[in-house]
Design a binder for this molecule. Structure first.
Ligand code: G
Ligand code: G
Ligand code: MN
Ligand code: NA
Length: 249
């Protein structure tokens, strides 16, 4: 059987789960939020990662109901956390282009009771390649709901500096490829420094992805980056395990 056929049934069968990865403020190492990441518990194949099924879900349009499930689920889980950490939800460009997106975000907030300021939506540069006027209108409608917007994987795709000026992002996530060599090579540091200072001037915060070592963490702090996310703090984990991730006091 194909994964594609299984996907339709899997949403109804409740085979999806969200894992969560902490985002840590560099200044004081406090956890400020968690990114939610989809996992599929396939009855025969075991744990299937999003690289495998998100492209299939996009081709069939099933990413729209799947993305709505993730939105609702992430908001409901975060509303039950004892603290006020944010929850970040990844949006597919297909879901972003759907007329159902804004009502779905509204419904997820209303039904969960989550404070809108605690929801962050992550979009990629692919979204900006489409109809820019429609994209801009959707982003402004989302911002009016009180949620924040992060630009994911910055620096990898069709990155245009113009996007940072035109679109109302609150945060830019610096792709892990730049973080990888940070402690060893000067050029990665130069790129991260440039992104951080540009974002600061535009009043956007920066989150470095894929932070795996203390040396990278210290280099990012010295470069003035706002937050870090990566295996140094925790791998993405099930909601029930989040209480085990320690918060400095
Ligand atoms: O950790 P991980 O392998 O889960 O994430 C791989 C990629 O899969 C992420 O960078 C993200 O782009 C995508 N992804 C994970 N969860 C979601 C989700 O809920 N919705 C969408 N559209 N993409 C997701
Ligand atoms: O949404 P996005 O494409 O940024 O998803 C983040 C991806 O990066 C997920 O697949 C997640 O599992 C992965 N990831 C998170 N932390 C680290 C890390 O420290 N190192 C590496 N190599 N990958 C990471
Ligand atoms: Mn992401
Ligand atoms: Na990313």
């Amino acid at each position: 059987r194909s994964l594609q056929l299984d996907l339709r049934r899997a949403i109804e069968a409740g085979e999806f789960e969200l894992f969560y990865q902490p985002q840590v403020r560099l200044r004081d190492r406090r956890i400020t939020g968690f990114e939610s990441l989809l996992r599929w518990h396939h009855p025969e194949r075991g744990l299937v990662m999003p690289e495998r099924f998100v492209p299939l879900a996009e081709e069939t349009g099933l990413i729209v109901p799947l993305g709505e499930w993730a939105l609702r689920h992430a908001c409901a889980v975060a509303a039950g956390w004892p603290g006020r950490e944010k929850v970040a939800v990844n949006l597919s460009p297909v879901q972003f282009a759907s007329a159902r997106l804004v009502p779905a975000v509204e419904a997820a907030l209303r039904d969960s009771g989550l404070e809108p300021a605690r929801l962050e939506l992550e979009i990629t540069e692919t979204v900006m390649l489409r109809d820019t006027d429609a994209t801009l209108a959707t982003l402004h409608r989302l911002k009016r709901l009180g949620v924040s917007i992060a630009l994911d994987d910055f620096g990898t795709g069709y990155s245009s500096l113009g996007y940072l000026q035109r679109f109302p992002f609150d945060k830019v996530k610096i792709d892990k490829s730049f973080v990888k060599n940070l402690a060893e090579t000067r050029t990665s540091g130069a790129i991260v420094r440039a992104i951080v200072s540009l974002c600061a001037a535009l009043e956007m915060s920066t989150t470095a992805e894929g932070v795996e070592t203390e040396a990278q963490f210290l280099a990012l702090a010295a470069l003035g980056c706002t937050e870090a996310q990566g295996y140094l703090f925790s791998r993405p984990r099930p909601a029930a395990e989040l209480a085990l991730i320690s918060q400095p006091s």
